[in-house]
Design a protein around this ligand. Structure first.
Ligand code: SF4
Length: 291
């Protein structure tokens, strides 16, 4: 008994010190998600107007240390899957129906596919998951789709396909102008659309879209129509989209010119997407817990 407690508190200390891997309680996914940060330097090839990463302070960790990351993932999977996590103060109150491990999510403080050894790292993480006997646990890649044209990224996506993977690709606009207003990147909108289409031809993708007020203005009806047109073009070109997730801002971002949509506005966009595209769509409100 004493040994178990000692082991568990060692584990708790271990995961609090982690640099790349962290558990999060996700009510949306109905369980625990294990986040993996492939961008500890906080560098991103987008500069989204709604990004919550604090880039005013430099992080202490600049590079991914693969062996450290893998060791952290192994320990964190064990910590969550064994239930030891629910003995810590932070997770003690988690209700029984949420005490399950849902996924390993690759997101973090930048665009995960810009990581130079993306394919190798997906492979190593998949091996850790398989060795732990966690075939049901998903591997979710949260991405802006900007790097899908690179061969090593495509290899990494194939590793996800073989290991219960899911790709959530960001698409926040329907027109070039709005895309540049929101994402503030030199990467052309056409490249993102082509990348999403090509990847969706190989496996069904989830589209993740965030809409908000910018200087008090929600996206115009014409912008939302154009957004639906882009979705229709992807599917007309043979891309498979299994779900469109419509988000708004849930926590205050760095830029003060952006604010969340009202719940009813999110509902309207979801209804429009369903009607105009025939795709499954789901909305997530932001205003209820906006702080
Ligand atoms: S792609 Fe993600 S990490 Fe990069 S700026 Fe946009 S929200 Fe932030």
């Amino acid at each position: 008994m004493t040994m178990t407690i000692a082991l568990h508190s060692d584990h708790a200390r271990l995961f609090e010190r982690n640099r790349f891997v962290y558990p999060v309680l996700s009510r949306r996914s109905g369980g625990i998600s294990i986040g993996v940060n492939l961008n500890p330097d906080k560098v991103c090839n987008f500069d989204c107007i709604y990004c919550q990463v604090d880039r005013t302070r430099q992080s202490e960790t600049r590079f991914v240390e693969t062996e450290v990351l893998i060791a952290e993932l192994r320990a964190t999977l064990d910590f969550v899957a064994s239930g030891a996590i629910y003995e810590t103060d932070k997770y003690r109150e988690v209700p029984p129906h949420l005490r399950r491990l849902n996924d390993i999510a690759f997101s973090g403080d930048g665009e995960p596919t810009t990581y130079k050894n993306f394919d190798e790292l997906m492979e190593r993480c998949a091996e850790v998951k398989a060795a732990a006997g966690l075939d049901d646990v998903k591997m979710v890649l949260i991405t802006n789709a900007s790097m899908f044209h690179r061969p090593h990224v495509q290899r990494g996506l194939e590793v996800l396909d073989q290991n219960n993977g899911e790709i959530w690709a960001k698409l926040d606009a329907g027109t070039d102008e709005y895309y540049h207003l929101i994402e503030r990147t030199p990467i052309p909108f056409r490249q993102i659309l082509d990348n999403i289409t090509a990847a969706a031809r190989v496996r069904p993708l989830v589209i993740q879209s965030l809409f908000m007020r910018v200087n008090g203005e929600p996206p115009s009806p014409a912008e939302l129509e154009a957004f639906c047109d882009r979705l229709n073009e992807i599917t007309a070109d043979g891309g498979k989209l299994k779900l469109v997730q419509i988000y708004t801002i849930a926590r205050r971002p760095a830029e003060s010119c952006v604010a969340p949509l009202a719940d009813a506005e999110v509902d309207t966009i979801v209804a429009l997407v369903k009607r105009r595209t025939g795709l499954s769509a789901i909305g997530y409100y932001g205003s209820a817990d906006y702080q």
